[in-house]
Design a protein around this ligand. Sequence first.
Ligand code: G4P
Length: 284
Amino acid sequence: MNVQWYPGHMTKAKRQMQEDLKLIDLIIELVDARVPLSSRNPDIDQLGQNKSRLILLNKADLADERQNEAWKEYFQSKGFHVVKVDSRNGAGMKTIQNVIQEACKEKIERDRRRGIKNRPIRAMVAGIPNVGKSTFINTFAGKACAKTGNRPGVTKGKQWIRLNKNVELLDTPGILWPKFEDQEVGIRLAFVGSIKDDILNMEELALKLIDYLKARYTGLLEKRYGISEAGNAVEILGGIAKARGCLKKGEELDYTKASGLLFDDFRGGKIGRITLEWAEQEKN
Ligand code: G4P
């Protein structure tokens, strides 16, 4: 988690993805439902040509339900199969089984025409760090699923998790790299905690988050902290510091502490279900 990316990391991740893609029929791509575009790497579209595609809007429990629906439609309109999930509590897992069959319909039909029977669909999970890949694999595969052994010659060194007689999942997820070239992407990934906090200016980030919440989710900060949203972002952060007793020696407000508290609350879903990128703005 919270990997810092350098060109070397990217090349290695890409090479590994290319190798693993040779083994599979379906890519189960996880995105963070709060930042569905910033948590995606569109290179996957090129890498995954000719594969069946399923996008999971993960952490849907933390995101705005209206936006979850809007993003579902958005990705469906681009030709993806989409399921909203909460990998921590298992919501959405049952639906995935059916959607996998639907997404791989052509392959199943192709196999049937060639007289190949009962060849399971092979899938891999992919996504940028911290989107919930490991959590998803654990929840989806569950403890009941036996791991199949290596298959000499074909899948050397690879472990497959047999989900049922129709589907096998590669047990190591494909790691995609975030699109750091776009500064806004970096900021949104920082908001949701997918970039190491210690390299960021948390106060500056907190002010940006406050501006966003005030504009798009008016009233939530007021409700959470019992403060007024009337002032500017610095005043609101000050209000949070006061309300939560974040003080330095001499009664001076501790903005750093208040920023940390704001992010803990936001990332934990305590302020409300919030989406940081709205689908309506992306329709084209
Ligand atoms: P990765 O393999 O893609 O790097 O992600 P990982 O599964 O490690 O998940 C990253 C964090 O996201 C974990 O929290 C995990 O619990 C949380 N998470 C994953 N899926 C969901 C989801 O659908 N909803 C919510 N609310 N959270 C989710 P953590 O704080 O790093 O660890 P932990 O304290 O939960 O163990």
